[in-house]
Design a protein. Structure first.
Length: 187
């Protein structure tokens, strides 16, 4: 068995196949959420697997995760989309990123800023309490980057309800073991 693994690694190296073999969170919901990601859009924290082949792909200078080898167009922090004027994109998509920020509301406002009226912020996120229970059942620690103990659909709804230019047009929970979908339309 060890010899077979060595041969497989060498074969992958010869063919230039690199990266993780795990599947991305986006791949779990692409079929359901792609309908909201039409036109000119941005995939934040794409990890090598963008929601759409035409999405502008942005991640940290050193990617947090790497599932595939799709090119990265922008390197930066999702709290500051300075590359874009107001109201220029049809959508911003993000999977399992928003929960990593202390000031969720200001980050969401920044993402909405670059979306045209009628466009959407399309999110796939963990429900933190469900996620922590899942981690506990596996005997693994939860992701240390998750900031908010009670991050989930209710937490996000409370933020969106305070915004004057946004409304939730789609929500689904649970998706998979511990995640939820939310699509926020800019009005």
């Amino acid at each position: 068995m060890l010899l077979l693994k060595k041969i497989l690694r060498r074969f992958k190296r010869i063919l230039g196949i690199t990266g993780a073999t795990r599947i991305s969170e986006t791949s779990k919901v692409r079929e359901q959420l792609l309908q909201y990601c039409v036109g000119d859009g941005l995939d934040l924290g794409y990890g090598g697997d963008p929601i759409s082949e035409s999405a502008i792909c942005m991640d940290l200078p050193k990617k947090y995760a790497a599932y595939q080898s799709h090119p990265q167009h922008l390197h930066g922090d999702a709290r500051d989309l300075h590359w874009f004027r107001d109201d220029v994109l049809d959508y911003v998509y993000s999977s399992h990123v928003l929960e990593d920020f202390e000031d969720t509301e200001s980050v969401l406002k920044e993402w909405l800023r670059v979306v045209r009226p009628g466009g959407s912020v399309v999110l796939f996120l963990p429900d933190e309490q469900t996620y922590r229970k899942h981690c506990m059942s596996l005997g693994k620690p939860p992701n240390e980057h998750h900031i908010h103990e009670f991050f989930g659909p209710k937490y996000l709804w409370e933020i969106v309800e305070k915004l004057e230019n946004a409304e939730v047009i789609h929500e689904a929970f649970p998706i998979g073991i511990y995640s939820f979908e939310m699509v926020i339309k800019k009005t």
